[in-house]
Design a protein around this ligand. Structure first.
Ligand SMILES: C[S@@+](CC[C@H](N)C(=O)[O-])C[C@H]1O[C@@H](n2cnc3c(N)ncnc32)[C@H](O)[C@@H]1O
Length: 217
């Protein structure tokens, strides 16, 4: 059974039009800076074993996985078919608006690691998705939800636009736990900007992640 965490008003967003319209044109840009991406790739290297089946949910033309590591399969999902087709890490992919339906076309316990990068902030039904993630991830597998401090504000529900970085970490964790994921690890780190700015002590995009592991039976 799905345990609801959000009230209806917290799910509302400024731009209530179909999300597919917003993502209709491909964006071949990086949504996060190099410092954030480096930190994320390091986390993946540390957490995801070679040979794993990986699902990059809410993906684009990049998956941020370490280039030198092979996985059994990397499955992609997103809203823009051209971006997903251009992503060199994906073995296959599908398009699905997760604010309209949360049932994922994957078997129970068929994935070792599910990744969401800069995507959770657009979910209006995160509880249903978190329950689906628990279904498709196998025992000992994990969910890694990473984000920074920016967003397309008109497309983020109120629970995200009204919250601080700390609130976002607590919120993602609360939704996962409510669906049966055990107490997740929370990561909050400053990053150092790439290049000369970083040498002078400048910061990059801050790095936040929620890492949850499904217990072995
Ligand atoms: C800021 S981009 C991040 C893309 C990618 N994870 C990355 O790291 O570059 C947000 C992504 O969330 C996904 N997304 C947003 N709204 C969605 C929705 N309603 N249903 C499914 N995916 C959605 C799209 O795939 C979009 O590319």
């Amino acid at each position: 059974m799905v345990v609801l965490v959000l009230g209806e008003s917290e799910r509302r967003k400024l731009d209530g039009s179909d999300d597919a319209d917003f993502y209709a044109e491909p964006r071949f840009v990086h949504h996060l800076d190099g410092a954030f991406r480096q930190r994320l790739t390091a986390l993946y290297r540390e957490r995801i074993p070679p040979g794993a089946v990986v699902l990059d949910l809410m993906s684009s033309w990049v998956s941020h996985l370490p280039e030198d590591i092979s996985y059994q399969e990397v499955i992609g999902h997103g809203l823009n078919p051209a971006e997903l087709a251009a992503n060199p890490r994906l073995d296959r992919h599908w398009v699905q608006n997760l604010n309209l339906s949360q049932r994922l076309p994957l078997e129970d316990s068929s994935v070792d690691a599910v990744l969401i990068v800069a995507g959770w902030q657009y979910l209006q039904q995160p509880e249903h998705l978190a329950a689906e993630l628990l279904r498709i991830v196998g025992p000992g597998g994990q969910a890694i939800v990473a984000f920074s401090n920016r967003m397309f504000a008109q497309k983020a529900p109120r629970v995200w636009t009204d919250g601080s970085d700390r609130d976002h970490l607590a919120y993602v964790s609360r939704v996962l736990q409510a669906q049966g994921w055990p107490s997740p690890q929370l990561i909050a780190e400053a990053t150092r900007a790439e290049g000369p700015l970083g040498w002078l002590g400048g910061h990059g995009d801050p790095f936040f992640a929620v890492v949850a592991e499904k217990p072995a039976p």
